[in-house]
Write a protein that binds this ligand. Structure first.
Ligand SMILES: N[C@@H](CCC(=O)N[C@@H](CS)C(=O)NCC(=O)O)C(=O)O
Length: 262
């Protein structure tokens, strides 16, 4: 069987592999993958629900997200996969007047239950909810996770703090309020700094990176992009940012995509 190996830098025109959970069993229907002139036939695969975690389709994972550059929840997943050297197909859907129809189609195809993305097709299943996706990936590869119950708790807690931030950040896209800029954001980075200081940084778990670090980094990046990042970050957050941006697998990517200073 021909196994597609389309690098993350490509913008493939793909019809995705569409696994469907049908009454307790997972079925990956016969698919046609199209990448410009390349046509790749993936044969049908079926598995019971209990097999779904062990079934490997041998296809590389496919990420569905919006075409909104470095912003948003899908970028957290992208950064994680780049750092972890997980090759993936990167499908970016236009976020314009066509999106409602695309969202509906993705629902019909079983790619998202809520109509929202990111969605990741991996190991013959579809997973949604970006933090849950990070946790799945971390467990799958046995890295980027907490080891003890207390470490796992810290990752969960910081992910929740980040999710609260994300809700407010999305709301700010309609217009940044003084409340968001001058109160919510500084308070958020102070709380993050407390968590990061507890293990002496630079990462949340000290010198070991974890999935939560990718979410926190994206909050710094996304605040910078909408002009709401405080001019001076708390020391622990700044130290984290510098360590994260120097990571060998993502440093160049971050540099290339850095927002241009006005
Ligand atoms: N709880 C979901 C939220 C997903 C979500 O809201 N995604 C946004 C993009 S970041 C989306 O799909 N927006 C398009 C829409 O609402 O139709 C997660 O964490 O992934």
């Amino acid at each position: 069987m021909f196994i597609p190996t389309i690098g993350v830098s490509c913008r493939p025109v793909l019809k995705a592999i569409i696994p469907r959970v049908v009454s307790g069993s997972l079925q990956v229907s016969r698919q046609l993958l199209q990448h410009r002139s390349t046509r790749i036939i993936i044969p049908p695969v079926t598995a019971t629900q209990s097999q779904k975690y062990t079934m490997a389709t041998k296809a590389i994972p496919t990420l569905h997200y919006l075409d909104i550059g470095r912003m948003g929840r899908g970028e957290v997943v992208r950064l994680f996969m780049r750092d972890a050297e997980i090759e993936f197909n990167d499908i970016r859907h236009p976020y314009d007047a066509t999106w409602p129809a695309t969202s509906e189609r993705l629902k019909q195809e079983g790619i998202t239950r809520t109509g929202k993305v990111p969605a990741l097709l991996i190991n013959g299943i579809i997973i949604n909810q970006h933090i849950a996706i990070l946790r799945y990936l971390a467990r799958d590869i046995g890295r980027y996770e907490g080891e003890t119950n207390h470490e796992k708790f810290q990752l969960d807690a910081v992910s929740d703090v980040y999710n609260d931030w994300r809700t407010q950040w999305v709301a700010s896209l309609k217009g940044v309020t003084d409340e968001y800029r001058n109160k919510f954001v500084p308070q958020y980075y102070n709380v993050i700094a407390e968590y990061y200081s507890a293990n002496n940084g630079p990462y949340l778990l000290g010198d070991r990176i974890s999935y939560a670090d990718f979410a926190v980094y994206q909050s710094i990046d996304n605040d910078e992009r909408i002009g709401t990042l405080p001019s001076k970050l708390p020391e622990a957050v700044q130290k984290f940012r510098e360590a994260f941006e120097a990571r060998p697998n993502i440093a160049a990517y971050i540099e290339e995509n850095r927002p241009k200073k006005a």
